[in-house]
Structures are given as structure tokens and as C-alpha cells.
Design a protein around this ligand. Sequence first.
Ligand code: XMP
Length: 509
Amino acid sequence: MQRGIVILDFGSQYNQLIGRRVREMGVYSEIVPYYTSVEEIKAKNPFGIILSGGPSSVNVVGAHLISKEIFELGIPILGICYGMQLTAHLLGGVVTKGIKAEYGKADLEIVKTCSLLAGVKEKSIVWMSHFDEVKDVPNGFAIAAKSGAIAAMANEDKKIYCVQFHPEVSHTEEGNKILQNFVLEICRAEKNWELTNYIDRTVAEIKEKVGDQRVILGLSGGVDSSVAAVLIHKAIGDQLTCIFVDTGLLRKDEAQKVMENYGAHFHMNIKHIDASERFLTKLSGIDDPEQKRKIIGNEFVAVFNDEAHKIKGAKFLAQGTIYPDVIESQSVKGPSAVIKSHHNVGGLPEEMELELLEPLRELFKDEVRKVGEELGIPHHLVYRHPFPGPGLGIRVLGAVDAEKVRILQEADDIFIEELYKNDLYEKVSQAFVVLLPVKSVGVMGDERTYEYTAVVRSANTIDFMTATWSKLPYDFLENVSNRIINEVRGINRVAYDISSKPPATIEWE
Ligand code: XMP
């Protein structure tokens, strides 16, 4: 097992960012739930441990606590936000509710420097997000920095450091320096994480594991399954068969593009299954979003299984599972984080007894993209926005039919094309059009029209759990609206969605 920095997850939305920052330094990092036993942590022999932020308070019943033993392992520790409050609480300091929550940018002032803050400017801007604060630091700790509250404390002898702010967030000016001080100077972590090595190592592992057996992979055209496919193909060539299910609910010309981009370009063996009729028939007249999701999910599994069974002698099922999926599946955030059922369509044909092959399991999304580019997948493909499994089935609101899907595909294609043209596509996290089951009156030339309304949606987010609407320029939106209304038969009105998440969600269904 690779040595690295272990991050104990207390549920902060920034945790994956901490993991990525560490890896950007070339050091392996791993995020584990806060209740992971001390024995398990010791077994990983980490260079250092980071206690993450989290929404809990140490002073409530049922607080997310850990064993004090962790501070006695002789392994350097960095507590961030809740991690700082927890350290103070467990080691005899005092944590209270602050007079008011500190949220957003704050001024940090160093009062007594320490190894963690070495080389950090005396005054700088940091990102805060907390209500509780440390009132008294535990014995053996010195106050290292202040903002409104105690902002950093250090026990140099025991190599335990804590910050109330979030060094992993880009708004914290000296954040990288602080994390580097911890990881590279205090922990003296080995630089053992490099993506080129990752490709070579993984290709070798796949060859070794698969031997001369056959592998099946469900290719969606999305980033994860595509990178997984190309990586596996590099290792075992034609022993890989991809199944691409065209649900009829994909973006405009998607099937054709997938076949060109991956089939023709990479010479991969892809079975293109046009199942649009099947899906549309099953969806006919159904307007409940969750029911639509279930129908699409079940149908997908059925089609995929039918095809998988035709591939004789397959021993492995490959999937584009990535590290955030793994973290999510062991999430400490609890059920409130799961708002919609069925975030991933897919399934394992159980009776086929296939073994899983998940070559991207250890990678964050940005690492998957880098690997994709290294493998020769064009930039615009690896930087595509996420697309939900149920596809346009949940973006045509209410009952879905072929005509509505066509109208939506046209409108969506215009919006995406304009985002690319205006260099905005990669400045937003997810953008698409929604078709409302609402008709309104308009006028075109001298004619009265009575057509559908489309909603343009664009969101910016780091983790898709919270999001803000993108502040796209008015001129740009005007152009998108004009083009959609003029070019798409069936739409005579365009609205822009200015709702953030929460309380809205990114998708409309
Ligand atoms: P919401 O709408 O919940 O979306 O704010 C958050 C992210 O999840 C995606 N999403 C889905 N992905 N199956 C998927 O594979 C689904 O049923 C589904 N619903 C939402 C959404 O596109 C966004 O990226």
C-alpha cells in the first residue's frame, strides 16, 4: 500500500479539495471516514494526518469524536476548522459558540510563528466558515495566529498544528504555502504520486489481472467511462468490448460522436446499441421524475445485460468508478446529502459472475482528466460537463416523447456551442437547457405562435452539493435566446434560471 497523508473526513464540503492539494504536491493522499480505527490508521503508516472540517459541533450530543490516542502516535497532525475545535476539545482546551459566525474572507495575523506558518506573510486573507471557536488552547499549545478569533494554534513538540480557516480553499492567500509546510516540511512526506507512473503502473496491473480474458465496459461518452476504456484498451486492446447504449435521451448527435471519437479514432471495439424506441415506449405518458429515473435505470440495465450476455467468455466488468464515488459510498455526511435516488444508472449482471475492474478508483476527477489527456483523448472531451444517467429524460419536464427530445437537443446544442465559442464552457461547471411542458403565446413575423418554453441553466460548483447560478453576460444570454427561438421549431420563449442550490437543485427533476 502506498504511504501518504491520511485525511479524516468529518463531512466538510472542502475535503476532496484537501486531498487534491496534497496530491498536487506529488504526495499520495487518502480520505477515510473519521471513525476509522486508530489501528487501521496506524497500519497505513501515514506521513501525516489531517483532521478535516465538518458541520458538527464538538459540544453537542452525538458529536463526531475520535480517540485521543491519535495524538499519541508520534505522527504529525494538522487540524482544519472542525479539526481544530476537536483537537482543542479532546486535549483540554475550551470551544464555545462564537458571538457570530465567521463566513467568507477574514484577515489573518500571525502572533507567534511556528513551522506551519514559516514563510507565511504576517498579514494575509484567509477563508473562514465556522460558528464555534476555540476560546482557550490546550496545555502545550501556543496561539500562532488570530483573526476575529484564535485562528491557529501549535504544539511544536508534538507536531500538532491547527487552523480555524481553510488553507485548501483558493481564497486563502497563503493556503498552499501552509499545506506545503505541513506535508513537505513537517511530515517530510515522500513525493510518490505522479500520473505518468500511474498510467504505466495501471496498464501493467490490468495486463496482469486480465491475462487473456475478455472485459466488458459500459461506455457512456462521459469522461470517466471513456478514460477507463482508453486506459484498458491500451493494456489489452481487443480483449475489451465496449457497450454503448443509445437511450435516445442523449445530447444531439452524441451516438455518432462517441463512435467517431472512440471507435474510429482509438480503434476500440464498441457495440452501438440503438435502444431509443425501447426507452421512449417505456416512458410514454409518465411524468413523475422518480418514476422516469427508475424506468430509465431498469431499462438501461436490461439492455446492457442483454448485450453483455452476447459477449461469450467475458470475465471482467470494467467501470469508470473514480475516487469521489468511493468516498461518497463511505460518506459521513449521512442521508440528507442524498436528495435524489439513482444518481448512477448501471448494474452488474449478477449471474454472469463478472469480476470488477475499476482502474480509476484512486483518482480525483481532475486527475482522471489529466490521465485522459496523456492517453491522447482531446481536451474538449475530457473537460466535458457531467451528464446525468437518465439524460434528457429528466430535462424534458413531465412526459417525454421523441418530438420534445428533438426540440430539447437542438436548443441544448445551441447553448453549448455558444458557450464554447465565447470561451465560457470551462468557466461554468454544468450547463444545459430544460424544456418545460408549458406553452405560451408569442409573435413571429405577423403570426401568433403558441409554443414551448425553454430554460437555460448554468451552475458553478465545486462539489455539486451546493451551487450558484452562473453570472453569464447579458449579451451572451441574449444571443443564445435569439438563436434558440429563431432556429428551433417548437420554442418561442427562453428563460434563464437564477436559482442556487440549495434550495433549488441543479437539474429540474
Ligand atoms: P442535482 O440536480 O441533484 O444534481 O443538484 C447534482 C448533480 O447530479 C447530477 N444528477 C444525476 N446524475 N443520475 C445521474 O447520473 C441522476 O438521476 C441525476 N440527477 C442529478 C446532476 O446532473 C448534477 O451534476
